[in-house]
Design a protein around this ligand. Structure first.
Ligand code: UTP
Length: 294
């Protein structure tokens, strides 16, 4: 069997972002900034650190600014150059070596449908999917570990994380056997289970490495009541034919698609940002004192 490397990453970004309305009425959720970078850039940089250079962004209505963000900005770059603002210029040009393709999802018919839209670009290669509203701490190497797992088993790999049982209904949950430290062979998946019916508190989070077999199963998914094509349904069908593995992530993930998670990401990533960490920490300490005066 010829071993194929993962070279492409799909970034679904066509959702409506209703939890952030009215901010997302005319602007993409994926462009909301955490400190000084839009959410989607964290996902791009995470994949880029592991050698991915080709990105396929699934966009929809009101998502033009994503294309502009990853494009050159001649006037801005000229002006930064003239003013000698070289570090800002480097920052703006840092991702210029990457290639971006954009595909419109005509209607937000679910994550599974968004991924299916990438089929003509992905073709017959294994590929990654990164959801930009799950932000992984840049000091953790979840994606690198998933790639190692893919290379070892040449099968689809899901990112997993233990979550409090009472929140498992927000995720897909798995049952499986831990075959090596943090690596699970998956036996079953269930989308958004009631906590009493969940097979475990191990949730699927927003990073996937998928073999192109998934497209066939996505094409066969019957849309749910809401008309959406769920990725979990296709993964369940895939699992009947081929093995699926999971990598249990024990680092820091922010669910930035949710307001509180977004605020947590902002605070914690600001505390790591060289430019603002010192004054921001001082502000937080003074805030703590104001909230809990002795
Ligand atoms: P979410 O489940 O967070 O949905 O999608 P959403 O529409 O973005 O946000 P809410 O729940 O209404 O607040 C997870 C990821 O999948 C993409 C989203 O853009 C997001 O990055 N997605 C979702 C699509 O690309 N297409 C879809 O049809 C649905």
């Amino acid at each position: 069997m010829i071993k194929k490397e993962v070279r492409k990453a799909v970034l679904p970004a066509a959702g409506l972002g209703t939890r952030f309305l009215p901010a997302t009425k005319a602007s993409p959720k994926e462009m909301l900034p955490i400190v000084d970078k839009p959410m989607i850039q964290y996902a791009v940089e995470e994949a880029e650190r592991c050698g991915i250079k080709e990105f396929i962004v699934i966009t929809g209505k009101n998502k033009r600014s994503i294309e502009d963000h990853f494009d050159s900005a001649m006037e801005l770059e000229e002006s930064l150059k003239k003013k000698g603002k070289n570090s800002l210029l480097n920052e703006v040009q840092r991702l210029d070596h990457l290639h971006f393709a954009y595909i419109r999802q005509r209607a937000p018919l679910g994550l599974g449908h968004a991924i299916l839209c990438s089929k003509p670009f992905v073709k017959k290669e294994p590929f990654a999917v990164l959801l930009s509203d799950d932000i992984i701490d840049p000091d953790d190497n979840l994606f690198g570990e998933m790639l190692k797992c893919y290379r070892r088993y040449q099968s689809s790999v899901l990112a997993l994380q233990r979550v409090p049982k009472e929140t498992i209904h927000r995720y897909g949950a798995i049952s499986g056997v831990e075959i090596r430290k943090n690596i699970f062979k998956i036996n079953d998946l269930i989308e958004k289970p009631k906590p009493s019916q969940a097979p475990s508190n191990i949730a699927i989070i927003g990073r996937y490495i998928l073999t192109p077999d998934i497209f066939h199963f996505l094409e066969s998914v019957i849309p749910g009541k809401d008309g959406e094509i769920q990725l979990t349904d296709a993964l369940k069908s895939l699992l009947k034919k081929l093995p699926i593995y999971g990598y249990l992530f024990e680092g820091r993930r922010y669910d930035a698609g949710d307001k509180v998670g977004f605020l947590e990401a902002t605070v914690e990533l600001a505390l790591k940002n060289p430019e603002v960490k010192k004054p921001f920490r001082e502000y937080l300490l003074s805030l703590k004192q104001r909230l809990n005066p002795r």
